[in-house]
Ligand binder design. Structure first.
Ligand code: ATP
Ligand code: MG
Length: 762
């Protein structure tokens, strides 16, 4: 944490840092590991430049997130006071948009141009597809969008695209030969609408500077005298090209300082590579670049630093670095092994509570990190249960996400057809040809006659196609509603996800964002599944209720919980990608399982694996004092309970840095696992006394029909293992078995057979 007062800032730097801060003439590169003070150098350098007499508005500092930019301004403010606000510090997109606002007219845009977000872009592409009579199922708007986006990021104009045989061939192979044409139309339409998408904010600025070298480029070159870039390893080609123009690379470059760590490059998929830093050094060599290497880590205690050092050695290519810490050994790294994802949530939150009590941590000292956004749900649920304040970053809270809300809206409608908000939300999503005008008419009629929209659904005047669509929609909901008494929540949810077309719509989208949306819906389905599968044991008279209505009631209470925005002291939940550059006293890295982290998407090649490892490295090095790694042996994914091997990354951390001595069998030993006998009764061994154990392998578990279960039989239960049915009582629909399970502490359990999953052994 920063503790400096103005004036003494140079004293709170080590020698190398101080040199990097005070060498303000000529290009400077700082390559250094995490926590070594790169961002501090950048920040103090800005303060120093101002103190040396440069106007704050002549300084441009580029970062990756708004949060990072805000923090930087705050830190500069501590040294130079309110002048800090005048520094042009922000994300690439926000700073470039600021210039474009002033200059837009020079490239044919109004100065109040609109910025299209992803949804706008998608919908425009949809319209174009329609006009071109192209099938959306073939030309998925999101796939088209990412093709256009990557063309722009590589400075490929529609004209160049059309001439580029390699790209055209790729499109033909993907059965989308017309992309070049869509791209051209898209660009024309955006421009006609006075709109720029996110990529345009870079692309158009480049165009502006390129086509107006004398007036505009010169103007900005003389305005900005100092440039600084944090996290330089993650800049893409287009961003670097713009920077090179602004610093007047070809003549006498202005002062530029970039800081970065190749081992933390985590956006290779956006076109950023490890090469950036090497290129920068080579590019600026003729201009007497000064390169500084920082080696002392001021963030983390020694176990954490050493563990990070060792694990990153497994990557093939890197700039060699030594990193050390004098913060003392500190606490060893804790590993939490859980039987299920649900239990992982519980154990993580238990550990948080324990740390808060024992070490007096505040909520804001704590972060829970995950590889995919859909993992946040379980932690959110337990944090709510324990009444701990939290905030989900880099994405909305799980239940606020559009795709999750969409499916829930369908389910609400099935349960209560009067639910007007749900109806409005899904009546035409996925698109089924019920236009906005029709929806408005229904709404008006309902209001005029004091009825619900549902009742008026088929009464409005509409063309034949719309009328059909309305009937189809209504029937779909009515049919599902009729199943409420016979199906459980999960069956109905899966039914609706499919029937509504929602799943297909998401599946068709193969972009990275699309995959994550699909994952979120899968995450919701998995949550419903685990609700349905929850303990079948009855200790009291209350019967478990698996109905959809009950599920919705449960989560409505969750979604209604106030997020309490003005509360400051909250636990942070975020994906590892958004944690870049940040630090916390206590860090939880969760879901350390093969195929989740490292992600199954990157297991095919060595580069993908290296990138995952850099991501893990970033995660681990956020921790100042406490690092906890967790994994679940079984996780609901894609509608099934899956068995996972612990992540290979766990095995890469030397034992001496780990608190637990439990043997972790990692992904490297996959072969041994897959040949493991599949015969029933091949029980997993208890590895830690405190955690409950799944006593049967879910892969091999085949529950028998409950009516066949009789007294005297030997049966198997997933959690309780083998047992003997002692007696059965209760009537036809309410048969309750008393079973003696040999391997558990309180062996005698009464189980409601209707809901139980038991396999008859003999
Ligand atoms: P990352 O690679 O994760 O972005 P970084 O290299 O940017 O890390 P900083 O965030 O600048 O590292 O610094 C890490 C922590 O160490 C911060 O809390 C910072 O204030 C502190 N720090 C840096 N240099 C010093 C120093 N010379 N003396 C005391 N604390 C320092
Ligand atoms: Mg940093």
């Amino acid at each position: 944490m920063e503790t400096n007062t103005p004036g003494n800032y140079l004293n709170s730097l080590n020698d190398v840092q101080r040199q990097a801060v005070t060498t303000i003439d000529g290009p400077v590169l700082v390559v250094a590991g995490p926590g070594s003070g790169k961002t501090r150098v950048l920040t103090y350098r800005i303060a120093h430049i101002i103190q040396q007499g440069t106007a704050p508005w002549a300084i441009m500092a580029l970062t990756f997130t708004n949060k990072a930019a805000r923090e930087m301004k705050e830190r500069i403010g501590k040294v130079v006071g309110p002048q800090a606000d005048k520094v042009w510090a922000g994300t690439f997109h926000s700073i470039f948009a600021r210039i474009l606002r002033v200059e837009a007219e020079k490239i044919g845009y109004p100065s109040n141009f609109t910025i299209y977000d992803t949804d706008d872009t998608k919908s425009l592409i949809g319209t174009i597809l329609q006009e071109m009579h192209l099938d959306r199922n073939v030309y998925n708007p999101n796939t088209v969008r990412s093709r256009i986006s990557s063309a722009k990021s590589n400075l490929i104009t529609p004209r160049l695209y059309a001439q580029n045989e390699e790209l055209r061939n790729q499109d033909r192979m993907a059965k989308m030969p017309q992309i070049y044409d869509i791209y051209e139309k898209y660009v024309v339409r955006c421009k006609r609408a006075g709109a720029m998408d996110f990529d345009d904010l870079l692309y158009r600025l480049y165009e502006l500077l390129q086509t107006n070298p004398d007036n505009i480029l010169e103007k900005y070159r003389s305005r900005f005298t100092h440039f600084l870039v944090d996290e330089f390893q993650d800049t893409n080609h287009l961003q670097y090209s713009i920077i090179r123009k602004l610093v007047n690379f070809d003549n006498s470059p202005r002062n530029i300082c970039v800081v970065g760590d190749d081992a933390q490059s985590i956006y290779a998929f956006r076109g950023a590579t490890i090469q950036n830093i090497l290129d920068f050094e080579a590019d600026f060599k003729p201009f007497n670049i000064r390169v500084f290497k920082l080696e002392q880590n001021y963030r983390s205690t020694d176990h954490i630093v050493q563990a990070a050092n060792v694990l990153i050695q497994n990557n093939s290519r890197q700039i060699p670095k030594k990193i050390w810490s004098d913060k003392g050994e500190g606490h060893k790294i804790k590993v939490l092994e859980a039987i299920t994802d649900n239990e992982e949530g519980k154990r993580v939150i238990d550990t948080i509570v324990e740390q808060k009590n024992r070490f007096h941590l505040s909520n804001s000292d704590i972060v829970v990190l995950y590889r995919t956004n859909s993992q946040s749900r379980i932690f959110e649920e337990y944090l709510r249960r324990f009444n701990l304040a939290y905030k989900v970053y880099g994405g909305q809270s799980f239940y606020q996400r559009k795709e999750v809300k969409d499916l829930i809206a369908y389910l609400r409608l099935v349960v209560n057809m009067k639910d007007e908000e749900a109806l409005r939300r899904v009546i035409n999503y996925p698109k089924r040809g019920i236009g906005q005008t029709t929806v408005e008419k229904i709404g008006e009629l309902a209001a005029a006659t004091n009825r619900t929209m549902w009742e008026c659904l088929l009464e409005v005047q509409a063309g034949a196609r719309t009328a059909n669509a309305l009937t189809g929609f209504k029937e779909m909901i009515v049919k599902a509603n009729a199943q409420l008494d016979t199906s459980d929540a999960y069956e109905l949810a899966v039914h609706m996800a499919k029937q509504s077309g929602l799943l297909d719509d998401l599946k068709a989208d193969t972009s990275i964002e699309g995959l994550s949306r699909k994952e979120n819906v899968d995450g919701l389905l998995d949550a419903i599944k685990s609700f349905v599968d929850e303990d079948t044991v009855i200790d009291t008279q209350t019967l478990p209720d698996k109905s959809l209505a009950t599920y919705l009631q449960n989560i409505a209470l969750l979604t209604d919980a106030d997020e309490n925005a003005d509360q400051r002291d909250f636990i942070t939940l975020m994906s590892i990608h958004s944690a870049k550059g940040l630090e916390f006293k206590s860090v939880f890295v969760t879901g350390l399982e093969e195929k989740l982290f490292p992600s199954y998407l990157s297991m095919e090649n060595a580069e993908g694996m290296d990138e995952e490892r850099r991501l893990f490295y970033v995660a681990v090095t956020r921790a100042e004092q406490f690092l906890t790694l967790s994994y679940a042996k079984n996780r609901y994914r894609f509608g099934q309970m899956r068995i996972n091997d612990p992540s290979r990354f766990l095995g890469e951390i030397p034992r001496q840095h780990l608190e637990s001595t439990a043997y972790i069998r990692t992904g490297g030993e996959e072969a041994a696992v897959s040949t493991m006998s599949r015969v029933m009764g091949n029980f997993q061994k208890r590895t830690s006394a405190s955690s409950p154990v799944l006593r049967a392998d879910p892969k091999d578990f085949k529950p028998s029909a409950s009516e066949n279960i009789q007294a005297g039989m030997k049966v198997l239960h997933l959690k309780f293992g083998e047992g003997k049915v002692i007696s059965i009582d209760g009537g036809k629909d309410n048969r309750i078995a008393t079973i003696h399970f040999q391997d558990i502490d309180a062996p005698e359990r009464r189980i409601m057979l209707k809901f139980a999953k038991l396999q008859i052994l003999e």
